[in-house]
Design a protein around this ligand. Sequence first.
Ligand SMILES: [Zn+2]
Length: 108
Amino acid sequence: MTTKLAVIEKPEVAEEITVTSFLQETCGDDVYPMLIILNVDKPDAKITSHDLNCKWVKKAKATSLKGVGSLKRDGGWMIFTEVADAREFCEDRFPRYKVKTCGTCVEK
Ligand SMILES: [Zn+2]
């Protein structure tokens, strides 16, 4: 006889929102050669700029605290087609945040 110490209930799997699925939903099959993906990190007051092929962008997905294409309590992954728009977003919304380019993107 076995005793169950804990039953781990799996929550219903909600459809996962990733940067790729968000793009598919908003842009369809339009291809943008140069996308700027900003990771807005509210707890650390910093913004990291990525390109679409970065492994961090590929791993990114929406959580209850972090949005994709929207900002939540801890921030979110924001997607821009123009560098100027991304820059304006940072300056307008988060003027005090540190903005840096992702080291992993640059490495490639
Ligand atoms: Zn990156």
